[in-house]
Design a protein around this ligand. Structure first.
Ligand code: AMP
Ligand code: GLY
Length: 414
Protein backbone atom coordinates (compact mmCIF):
# COMPACT_ATOMS: atom_id res chain seq x y z
CA UNK A 1 0.00 0.00 0.00
CA UNK A 2 1.26 3.47 -0.99
CA UNK A 3 0.46 6.18 1.54
CA UNK A 4 0.56 9.97 1.44
CA UNK A 5 0.69 11.68 4.84
CA UNK A 6 0.00 15.43 4.90
CA UNK A 7 1.71 17.58 7.53
CA UNK A 8 5.11 18.54 8.90
CA UNK A 9 5.10 18.46 12.70
CA UNK A 10 6.17 16.16 15.51
CA UNK A 11 2.81 14.44 15.27
CA UNK A 12 3.43 13.61 11.59
CA UNK A 13 6.95 12.39 12.37
CA UNK A 14 5.46 9.97 14.92
CA UNK A 15 2.71 8.89 12.51
CA UNK A 16 5.31 8.37 9.77
CA UNK A 17 7.27 6.10 12.11
CA UNK A 18 4.13 4.09 12.89
CA UNK A 19 3.03 3.82 9.25
CA UNK A 20 6.50 2.81 8.11
CA UNK A 21 6.70 0.06 10.75
CA UNK A 22 3.62 -1.63 9.24
CA UNK A 23 4.82 -4.04 6.52
CA UNK A 24 1.70 -3.38 4.47
CA UNK A 25 3.03 0.14 3.84
CA UNK A 26 5.27 -0.34 0.80
CA UNK A 27 5.82 3.35 0.01
CA UNK A 28 5.49 6.30 2.35
CA UNK A 29 5.27 9.87 1.05
CA UNK A 30 4.96 12.88 3.34
CA UNK A 31 4.18 16.45 2.30
CA UNK A 32 5.61 18.87 3.19
CA UNK A 33 7.39 16.83 5.91
CA UNK A 34 10.59 17.92 7.68
CA UNK A 35 14.23 16.77 7.92
CA UNK A 36 13.37 14.13 10.55
CA UNK A 37 10.57 12.69 8.46
CA UNK A 38 12.88 12.69 5.41
CA UNK A 39 14.89 9.90 7.06
CA UNK A 40 11.77 7.67 6.91
CA UNK A 41 9.80 8.73 3.86
CA UNK A 42 10.00 10.57 0.55
CA UNK A 43 9.09 14.18 1.20
CA UNK A 44 7.43 16.56 -1.25
CA UNK A 45 6.94 20.32 -1.11
CA UNK A 46 3.29 21.26 -0.56
CA UNK A 47 1.15 24.21 0.55
CA UNK A 48 -1.22 22.42 2.92
CA UNK A 49 -3.84 25.13 2.48
CA UNK A 50 -4.16 24.23 -1.21
CA UNK A 51 -6.69 21.37 -1.50
CA UNK A 52 -6.11 20.93 -5.23
CA UNK A 53 -2.35 20.69 -4.73
CA UNK A 54 -2.90 17.92 -2.14
CA UNK A 55 -5.18 16.06 -4.55
CA UNK A 56 -2.80 16.49 -7.49
CA UNK A 57 0.07 15.09 -5.43
CA UNK A 58 -2.05 12.07 -4.39
CA UNK A 59 -2.90 11.52 -8.08
CA UNK A 60 0.68 11.88 -9.26
CA UNK A 61 1.87 9.35 -6.67
CA UNK A 62 -1.26 7.19 -7.19
CA UNK A 63 -1.49 6.41 -3.50
CA UNK A 64 -3.92 3.98 -1.88
CA UNK A 65 -4.47 6.04 1.26
CA UNK A 66 -4.15 9.69 2.26
CA UNK A 67 -3.73 10.52 5.97
CA UNK A 68 -4.28 14.18 6.88
CA UNK A 69 -2.44 15.28 10.03
CA UNK A 70 -3.25 18.94 10.84
CA UNK A 71 -6.61 20.65 11.37
CA UNK A 72 -6.25 23.40 8.77
CA UNK A 73 -6.60 21.23 5.64
CA UNK A 74 -9.40 19.25 7.33
CA UNK A 75 -11.42 22.35 8.16
CA UNK A 76 -10.70 23.57 4.60
CA UNK A 77 -12.28 20.43 3.12
CA UNK A 78 -9.17 18.69 1.76
CA UNK A 79 -10.72 15.29 2.59
CA UNK A 80 -13.81 16.10 0.49
CA UNK A 81 -11.71 16.97 -2.57
CA UNK A 82 -9.68 13.77 -2.18
CA UNK A 83 -12.76 11.58 -1.65
CA UNK A 84 -14.44 13.06 -4.73
CA UNK A 85 -11.35 12.06 -6.69
CA UNK A 86 -11.77 8.48 -5.42
CA UNK A 87 -9.12 8.32 -2.68
CA UNK A 88 -9.44 6.49 0.64
CA UNK A 89 -8.84 9.23 3.22
CA UNK A 90 -8.16 9.11 6.95
CA UNK A 91 -9.50 12.48 8.05
CA UNK A 92 -13.00 13.96 8.37
CA UNK A 93 -14.91 15.94 5.76
CA UNK A 94 -15.20 19.70 6.06
CA UNK A 95 -18.65 19.27 7.60
CA UNK A 96 -17.45 16.74 10.20
CA UNK A 97 -14.27 18.73 10.98
CA UNK A 98 -16.56 21.47 12.30
CA UNK A 99 -16.34 19.53 15.58
CA UNK A 100 -12.94 21.25 15.86
CA UNK A 101 -13.55 24.24 13.57
CA UNK A 102 -16.46 25.69 15.57
CA UNK A 103 -16.89 25.43 19.34
CA UNK A 104 -20.55 26.36 18.92
CA UNK A 105 -21.07 23.53 16.41
CA UNK A 106 -19.41 21.09 18.82
CA UNK A 107 -21.71 22.25 21.62
CA UNK A 108 -24.73 21.66 19.38
CA UNK A 109 -23.62 18.11 18.54
CA UNK A 110 -23.02 17.39 22.24
CA UNK A 111 -26.43 18.76 23.16
CA UNK A 112 -28.16 16.62 20.52
CA UNK A 113 -26.14 13.52 21.43
CA UNK A 114 -26.52 13.96 25.20
CA UNK A 115 -22.76 14.24 25.78
CA UNK A 116 -21.67 15.79 29.11
CA UNK A 117 -19.91 19.15 28.71
CA UNK A 118 -19.71 22.56 30.39
CA UNK A 119 -22.91 24.65 30.21
CA UNK A 120 -22.32 27.49 27.76
CA UNK A 121 -23.67 30.48 25.88
CA UNK A 122 -22.67 31.45 22.35
CA UNK A 123 -22.56 35.24 22.05
CA UNK A 124 -22.05 37.85 19.35
CA UNK A 125 -23.30 40.98 21.18
CA UNK A 126 -21.63 42.82 24.05
CA UNK A 127 -24.80 42.59 26.17
CA UNK A 128 -24.95 38.81 25.71
CA UNK A 129 -21.27 38.55 26.61
CA UNK A 130 -21.72 40.49 29.85
CA UNK A 131 -24.77 38.45 30.81
CA UNK A 132 -22.96 35.17 30.14
CA UNK A 133 -19.89 36.20 32.16
CA UNK A 134 -22.07 37.14 35.10
CA UNK A 135 -24.21 34.02 34.81
CA UNK A 136 -21.19 31.75 35.40
CA UNK A 137 -18.92 34.07 37.43
CA UNK A 138 -15.17 33.62 37.90
CA UNK A 139 -13.05 31.83 36.81
CA UNK A 140 -14.25 32.98 33.39
CA UNK A 141 -13.82 30.67 30.39
CA UNK A 142 -13.97 32.52 27.07
CA UNK A 143 -13.46 30.69 23.76
CA UNK A 144 -13.16 32.07 20.26
CA UNK A 145 -15.68 30.08 18.20
CA UNK A 146 -13.25 29.42 15.34
CA UNK A 147 -9.80 27.87 14.86
CA UNK A 148 -7.24 30.02 16.65
CA UNK A 149 -4.03 27.94 16.66
CA UNK A 150 -4.10 27.40 20.42
CA UNK A 151 -4.71 31.08 21.23
CA UNK A 152 -8.49 31.05 21.28
CA UNK A 153 -9.16 30.12 24.90
CA UNK A 154 -8.79 32.45 27.87
CA UNK A 155 -9.37 31.22 31.42
CA UNK A 156 -9.12 34.07 33.92
CA UNK A 157 -10.40 35.47 37.18
CA UNK A 158 -10.18 38.99 35.76
CA UNK A 159 -13.49 40.10 34.27
CA UNK A 160 -11.77 42.83 32.21
CA UNK A 161 -9.42 40.30 30.60
CA UNK A 162 -12.37 38.00 29.90
CA UNK A 163 -14.38 40.83 28.38
CA UNK A 164 -11.48 42.06 26.23
CA UNK A 165 -10.90 38.58 24.80
CA UNK A 166 -14.62 38.12 24.14
CA UNK A 167 -14.79 41.49 22.34
CA UNK A 168 -11.86 40.51 20.12
CA UNK A 169 -13.75 37.43 18.83
CA UNK A 170 -16.53 37.78 16.28
CA UNK A 171 -18.37 34.85 17.85
CA UNK A 172 -17.53 33.60 21.30
CA UNK A 173 -18.48 30.68 23.52
CA UNK A 174 -18.58 31.51 27.24
CA UNK A 175 -18.86 28.52 29.51
CA UNK A 176 -18.77 27.30 33.06
CA UNK A 177 -15.38 26.53 34.57
CA UNK A 178 -14.59 22.82 34.94
CA UNK A 179 -12.36 21.81 37.84
CA UNK A 180 -10.42 18.55 37.72
CA UNK A 181 -7.54 16.82 35.96
CA UNK A 182 -7.57 16.91 32.16
CA UNK A 183 -6.93 13.98 29.86
CA UNK A 184 -6.81 13.44 26.11
CA UNK A 185 -8.65 10.40 24.81
CA UNK A 186 -8.65 9.65 21.08
CA UNK A 187 -10.93 7.42 19.04
CA UNK A 188 -10.30 6.07 15.55
CA UNK A 189 -13.50 6.02 13.52
CA UNK A 190 -14.72 4.69 10.19
CA UNK A 191 -17.88 6.78 10.49
CA UNK A 192 -19.89 4.00 12.23
CA UNK A 193 -17.52 2.35 14.70
CA UNK A 194 -15.03 4.10 16.96
CA UNK A 195 -12.05 2.42 18.62
CA UNK A 196 -10.85 4.25 21.73
CA UNK A 197 -7.11 4.58 22.24
CA UNK A 198 -5.56 4.58 25.72
CA UNK A 199 -5.62 8.00 27.40
CA UNK A 200 -2.71 10.44 27.52
CA UNK A 201 -2.11 13.63 29.44
CA UNK A 202 -0.83 16.81 27.81
CA UNK A 203 0.91 19.74 29.56
CA UNK A 204 -0.48 22.94 28.05
CA UNK A 205 1.30 25.64 30.05
CA UNK A 206 4.76 26.81 29.03
CA UNK A 207 6.59 26.46 32.35
CA UNK A 208 7.03 24.05 35.27
CA UNK A 209 4.21 23.83 37.78
CA UNK A 210 1.65 24.75 35.09
CA UNK A 211 2.83 28.36 35.09
CA UNK A 212 3.02 30.69 32.13
CA UNK A 213 0.97 31.04 28.95
CA UNK A 214 -0.99 28.33 27.17
CA UNK A 215 0.92 26.56 24.39
CA UNK A 216 0.22 23.88 21.81
CA UNK A 217 1.51 21.36 24.38
CA UNK A 218 4.88 21.06 26.15
CA UNK A 219 4.91 17.33 26.82
CA UNK A 220 2.75 14.27 27.36
CA UNK A 221 2.72 10.80 28.82
CA UNK A 222 0.72 7.59 28.65
CA UNK A 223 -0.71 5.47 30.19
CA UNK A 224 -2.15 7.33 33.21
CA UNK A 225 -1.61 5.18 36.31
CA UNK A 226 -3.90 7.44 38.39
CA UNK A 227 -6.91 7.47 36.05
CA UNK A 228 -10.02 5.46 36.95
CA UNK A 229 -9.94 1.91 35.52
CA UNK A 230 -13.13 2.42 33.54
CA UNK A 231 -12.18 5.76 31.99
CA UNK A 232 -11.85 4.37 28.46
CA UNK A 233 -15.13 2.47 28.65
CA UNK A 234 -16.94 5.44 30.17
CA UNK A 235 -15.60 7.87 27.55
CA UNK A 236 -16.56 5.44 24.80
CA UNK A 237 -20.12 5.14 26.11
CA UNK A 238 -20.76 8.73 27.10
CA UNK A 239 -18.75 10.64 24.51
CA UNK A 240 -17.17 8.85 21.56
CA UNK A 241 -19.96 6.49 20.48
CA UNK A 242 -22.78 9.07 20.83
CA UNK A 243 -20.86 11.69 18.84
CA UNK A 244 -20.10 9.23 16.02
CA UNK A 245 -23.79 8.16 15.96
CA UNK A 246 -24.96 11.78 15.93
CA UNK A 247 -22.60 12.76 13.09
CA UNK A 248 -23.75 9.73 11.06
CA UNK A 249 -27.42 10.57 11.74
CA UNK A 250 -26.82 14.10 10.46
CA UNK A 251 -25.49 12.67 7.19
CA UNK A 252 -21.95 13.91 7.93
CA UNK A 253 -20.15 10.83 9.27
CA UNK A 254 -16.88 11.48 11.09
CA UNK A 255 -14.11 9.38 9.50
CA UNK A 256 -10.75 9.92 11.16
CA UNK A 257 -9.42 10.68 14.62
CA UNK A 258 -11.82 12.15 17.14
CA UNK A 259 -9.85 13.82 19.93
CA UNK A 260 -11.78 14.27 23.16
CA UNK A 261 -10.22 16.67 25.65
CA UNK A 262 -11.87 15.77 28.97
CA UNK A 263 -12.01 17.15 32.48
CA UNK A 264 -12.50 14.56 35.23
CA UNK A 265 -14.71 16.59 37.54
CA UNK A 266 -16.33 15.61 40.85
CA UNK A 267 -19.58 15.24 38.90
CA UNK A 268 -18.03 12.93 36.30
CA UNK A 269 -16.36 13.36 32.92
CA UNK A 270 -17.02 16.53 30.91
CA UNK A 271 -15.84 17.34 27.40
CA UNK A 272 -13.63 20.45 27.28
CA UNK A 273 -13.08 20.34 23.52
CA UNK A 274 -12.99 18.15 20.44
CA UNK A 275 -10.29 18.11 17.84
CA UNK A 276 -10.66 16.41 14.48
CA UNK A 277 -7.11 15.02 14.31
CA UNK A 278 -4.36 13.39 16.33
CA UNK A 279 -3.06 15.55 19.18
CA UNK A 280 0.43 16.96 19.29
CA UNK A 281 2.41 15.94 21.40
CA UNK A 282 0.11 13.10 22.61
CA UNK A 283 0.70 11.20 19.35
CA UNK A 284 4.41 11.07 20.16
CA UNK A 285 3.63 8.90 23.21
CA UNK A 286 0.74 6.87 21.81
CA UNK A 287 2.27 5.68 18.54
CA UNK A 288 5.41 4.21 20.19
CA UNK A 289 3.11 2.19 22.50
CA UNK A 290 0.63 1.00 19.85
CA UNK A 291 1.29 -2.55 18.64
CA UNK A 292 -1.57 -2.71 16.14
CA UNK A 293 -0.16 -2.08 12.63
CA UNK A 294 -0.99 1.57 11.97
CA UNK A 295 -1.22 1.66 8.17
CA UNK A 296 -3.68 -1.25 8.11
CA UNK A 297 -5.70 0.34 10.93
CA UNK A 298 -6.01 3.75 9.28
CA UNK A 299 -6.81 2.14 5.92
CA UNK A 300 -9.61 0.14 7.55
CA UNK A 301 -10.99 3.33 9.10
CA UNK A 302 -10.81 5.13 5.75
CA UNK A 303 -12.70 2.31 4.01
CA UNK A 304 -15.56 1.72 6.49
CA UNK A 305 -14.07 -1.50 7.76
CA UNK A 306 -13.36 -1.26 11.49
CA UNK A 307 -16.04 -3.77 12.59
CA UNK A 308 -13.58 -6.42 13.77
CA UNK A 309 -10.58 -4.19 14.52
CA UNK A 310 -8.99 -4.14 17.98
CA UNK A 311 -6.14 -2.09 19.40
CA UNK A 312 -3.22 -3.70 21.19
CA UNK A 313 -0.81 -1.81 23.41
CA UNK A 314 2.67 -2.50 24.71
CA UNK A 315 2.76 -3.00 28.46
CA UNK A 316 5.12 -0.01 28.76
CA UNK A 317 5.04 3.69 29.47
CA UNK A 318 6.04 6.63 27.29
CA UNK A 319 6.92 10.22 28.15
CA UNK A 320 7.56 12.98 25.63
CA UNK A 321 9.14 16.37 26.29
CA UNK A 322 9.00 19.32 23.88
CA UNK A 323 12.09 21.43 23.18
CA UNK A 324 10.79 24.95 22.53
CA UNK A 325 12.50 28.01 21.03
CA UNK A 326 13.43 31.01 23.12
CA UNK A 327 10.35 33.24 23.38
CA UNK A 328 7.78 30.50 22.66
CA UNK A 329 4.79 30.86 22.54
CA UNK A 330 4.60 34.66 22.16
CA UNK A 331 7.53 35.34 19.83
CA UNK A 332 9.66 32.26 19.17
CA UNK A 333 13.17 32.91 17.91
CA UNK A 334 13.95 30.85 14.82
CA UNK A 335 16.97 30.22 12.61
CA UNK A 336 19.29 28.95 15.36
CA UNK A 337 21.55 25.93 14.91
CA UNK A 338 20.56 22.68 16.63
CA UNK A 339 23.44 20.52 17.84
CA UNK A 340 23.70 16.85 16.92
CA UNK A 341 20.77 14.69 17.94
CA UNK A 342 21.65 12.02 20.52
CA UNK A 343 21.00 8.36 19.81
CA UNK A 344 19.87 6.73 23.04
CA UNK A 345 18.25 3.33 23.26
CA UNK A 346 14.49 3.50 23.86
CA UNK A 347 14.31 7.16 23.02
CA UNK A 348 13.19 8.84 19.84
CA UNK A 349 13.59 12.44 18.72
CA UNK A 350 10.71 13.73 16.60
CA UNK A 351 11.22 16.84 14.49
CA UNK A 352 8.59 19.57 14.62
CA UNK A 353 10.05 22.94 13.61
CA UNK A 354 13.35 22.17 11.85
CA UNK A 355 14.92 22.74 8.44
CA UNK A 356 18.26 21.83 6.87
CA UNK A 357 20.63 24.51 5.65
CA UNK A 358 23.45 22.59 4.01
CA UNK A 359 24.58 20.24 6.77
CA UNK A 360 23.20 22.40 9.58
CA UNK A 361 19.89 21.68 11.24
CA UNK A 362 18.07 24.93 12.07
CA UNK A 363 15.07 25.75 14.24
CA UNK A 364 12.10 27.07 12.26
CA UNK A 365 9.26 27.16 14.76
CA UNK A 366 8.16 27.48 18.37
CA UNK A 367 8.10 23.78 19.09
CA UNK A 368 11.35 22.48 17.59
CA UNK A 369 11.73 18.85 18.67
CA UNK A 370 9.78 16.35 20.79
CA UNK A 371 11.79 13.72 22.60
CA UNK A 372 10.04 10.51 23.64
CA UNK A 373 11.40 7.93 26.05
CA UNK A 374 9.80 4.54 26.61
CA UNK A 375 10.34 2.16 29.50
CA UNK A 376 8.85 -0.35 31.90
CA UNK A 377 7.25 2.47 33.89
CA UNK A 378 6.94 6.26 33.77
CA UNK A 379 10.10 6.76 35.83
CA UNK A 380 12.21 4.84 33.34
CA UNK A 381 10.50 6.50 30.37
CA UNK A 382 11.07 9.96 31.90
CA UNK A 383 14.73 9.25 32.60
CA UNK A 384 15.30 8.29 28.98
CA UNK A 385 13.41 11.26 27.55
CA UNK A 386 15.24 13.71 29.82
CA UNK A 387 18.63 12.11 29.26
CA UNK A 388 18.17 12.53 25.50
CA UNK A 389 16.76 16.08 25.55
CA UNK A 390 19.49 17.31 27.91
CA UNK A 391 22.07 16.44 25.26
CA UNK A 392 20.56 18.70 22.60
CA UNK A 393 21.95 22.23 22.35
CA UNK A 394 19.86 25.01 20.90
CA UNK A 395 20.64 28.51 22.09
CA UNK A 396 17.93 30.02 24.28
CA UNK A 397 15.70 26.93 24.03
CA UNK A 398 13.83 25.54 27.02
CA UNK A 399 11.77 22.58 28.11
CA UNK A 400 9.65 21.73 31.13
CA UNK A 401 11.36 19.57 33.71
CA UNK A 402 8.17 18.23 35.32
CA UNK A 403 6.48 16.30 32.52
CA UNK A 404 4.89 13.15 34.08
CA UNK A 405 6.70 13.88 37.35
CA UNK A 406 3.70 13.68 39.69
CA UNK A 407 2.34 10.62 37.91
CA UNK A 408 5.69 8.84 38.14
CA UNK A 409 5.92 9.59 41.87
CA UNK A 410 2.35 8.35 42.41
CA UNK A 411 3.10 5.22 40.42
CA UNK A 412 6.07 4.42 42.66
CA UNK A 413 3.89 4.88 45.72
CA UNK A 414 1.44 2.22 44.55
P1 AMP B 1 -8.53 24.36 24.35
O1 AMP B 1 -7.81 25.34 23.44
O2 AMP B 1 -9.98 24.22 24.09
O3 AMP B 1 -7.75 23.09 24.47
O4 AMP B 1 -8.44 24.98 25.82
C1 AMP B 1 -7.20 25.28 26.37
C2 AMP B 1 -7.20 24.98 27.83
O5 AMP B 1 -8.12 25.85 28.50
C3 AMP B 1 -7.69 23.59 28.19
O6 AMP B 1 -6.72 22.63 28.10
C4 AMP B 1 -8.11 23.82 29.63
O7 AMP B 1 -6.99 23.77 30.49
C5 AMP B 1 -8.66 25.21 29.63
N1 AMP B 1 -10.13 25.15 29.54
C6 AMP B 1 -10.90 25.13 28.44
N2 AMP B 1 -12.20 25.06 28.78
C7 AMP B 1 -12.26 25.03 30.13
C8 AMP B 1 -13.32 24.95 31.09
N3 AMP B 1 -14.60 24.94 30.73
N4 AMP B 1 -12.99 24.93 32.40
C9 AMP B 1 -11.69 24.97 32.80
N5 AMP B 1 -10.66 25.05 31.95
C10 AMP B 1 -10.93 25.08 30.63
N1 GLY C 1 -2.08 18.67 22.45
C1 GLY C 1 -3.14 19.54 22.11
C2 GLY C 1 -3.55 19.51 20.72
O1 GLY C 1 -3.07 18.74 19.92
O2 GLY C 1 -4.42 20.28 20.36
Amino acid sequence: MKILLVGSGGREHALALGLKADKSCTELHVAPGNPGIATLATIHPLAITDNNAICELAQKLSVDLVVIGPEVPLVNGAADVLRSAGFAVFGPSKAAAQLEGSKDFAKGVMRDAGVPTARSFTCTQESEIERALDAFGAPYVVKDDGLAAGKGVVVTNDRHVALDHARACSRVVIEEYLAGPEISLFGISDGRNILPMQPAQDFKRAFDGDEGPNTGGMGAYSPLPWAPDDIVEETYEKVLAPVIAEMAARGTPFIGLLYAGLALTDEGIRVIEFNARFGDPETQVLIPLLMTPLATLLYKAATDNLDDAVLQWRDESAVTVVLASQGYPESPKTGSVISSIPIIENSQVFHAGTALNGDSLLSTGGRVLTVTGTGADLTEARDRAYRAISQIDLEGSFYRSDIALNASVAEKGN
